[in-house]
Write a protein that binds this ligand. Structure first.
Ligand SMILES: Nc1ncnc2c1ncn2[C@@H]1O[C@H](COP(=O)(O)OP(=O)(O)O)[C@@H](O)[C@H]1O
Ligand SMILES: [Mg+2]
Length: 324
């Protein structure tokens, strides 16, 4: 499809560990369309960040290794891009924001200077005055109050929510085609989290940047995303349009995640459902469906081989033997 900007095709990633080389992401495929927000959701340890770092070509080397797959940004396979081309990819075409903005900001430089560097890097034709104006405009765009005085502040002088806004401003400074946001609101309290989500939704509508939004919280997905891919233990187990996924989740893991979202209409004091057990460690991955040992609907065949991802409706795919 020609409105697809990014296609991850059958990506597998391994890490060298004390127990040998182990697969962290296996056979993951998804696509991102222009102007859409795609959610990547799953519990901690499911391979979301490893997938994002693979796209950015930021896997720790030599421990991390791409074993198979392609990552097509339009007609370019990012996995074959020579190292010399990576600076042009990162930031300029694909930008990324992380969970903890403090670690990504330089504590000894003023905010204005850091945003200016991001602007200058991507728009070297601008003189100092124009860069300064652009910095203020960027801070305004991410709704930072009094941007002209904020440029003089240091990162520790502003709140976590404001720091995340600055990171978003820096990420958008290059007008990237794609923004990858890896749990950008996880470290923030609930009110601030809601503000950042609403900001991202507005910016997405204003700029048309395609977003991959990574979270362990399916509730957040509903706020922001058009489509969603659910990851479990390094594989995609279900993908669909957000409304479809929330209306008719098929995979027992997705159903479990949905049941665990706090809801206003739930009977007070009724305990929140949780999925028993934990994600298997990389060295104890079962040969069949990786969710089998936690699945309330497990069958004998689930233990034998991993179920393939099959289409169960338009744009709705699920990897579960209940449906194939
Ligand atoms: N540098 C690394 N070395 C070894 N294992 C790693 C490394 N980075 C991630 N992993 C493993 O890969 C799996 C997926 O991790 P990650 O993508 O960070 O999960 P998520 O972002 O979904 O919480 C986990 O089992 C994690 O322990
Ligand atoms: Mg992560």
């Amino acid at each position: 499809m020609n409105n697809t900007i990014l296609r991850v095709e059958r990506l597998s990633v391994s890490f060298a560990t004390e127990k040998g080389r182990l697969t962290a992401v296996e056979d993951v495929s998804f696509s991102l369309r222009r102007g859409e927000t795609l959610g990547l959701v799953g519990e901690s340890g499911c391979g979301k960040s490893v997938t994002a770092l693979s796209i950015m070509r930021l896997l720790p080397r030599p421990a991390g290794r791409i074993e198979a797959g392609r990552i097509m940004l339009e007609n370019t396979d990012l996995l074959r891009l020579p190292a010399a081309d990576l600076p042009g990819l990162r930031g300029r075409r694909i930008a990324m924001i992380f969970q903890e903005p403090m670690t990504a900001l330089n504590p000894v430089h003023r905010l204005g200077q850091q945003v200016a560097e991001a602007v200058h890097l991507h728009r070297p034709e601008l003189d100092d005055k124009a860069v300064g104006q652009e910095v203020v405009a960027m801070l305004k765009q991410v709704r930072i109050p009094e941007p002209t005085s904020r440029v003089k502040a240091y990162p520790h002088q502003i709140s976590g929510g404001m720091r995340q806004r600055v990171m978003i401003a820096m990420a958008l400074a290059a007008r990237p085609d794609i923004l990858i946001a890896d749990e950008p609101t996880t470290a923030l309290d609930v009110t601030i989290q809601a503000q950042i989500l609403s900001l991202m939704r507005d910016l997405q509508a204003e700029t048309g940047t395609a977003i991959i939004f990574i979270t362990h919280d399916l509730g957040v997905i509903a706020e922001l995303c058009h489509r969603v891919a659910v990851m479990y233990a390094g594989r995609i187990v279900e993908s669909a349009a957000v409304e479809t996924l929330f209306r008719s989740p098929r995979h027992p893991y997705t159903q479990g995640l949905l049941a665990a979202i706090p809801r206003l209409d739930r009977t007070p004091k009724a305990p929140l459902a949780t999925i028993e057990g934990t994600v298997p460690a990389l060295d104890t991955m079962p040969p069949g469906c990786r969710f089998a040992n936690r699945c309330p609907r497990v069958m004998e065949r689930c233990h034998l081989a991993p179920p393939p991802l099959v289409e169960v409706g338009e744009g709705h795919a699920v990897a579960c033997y209940l449906y194939s």
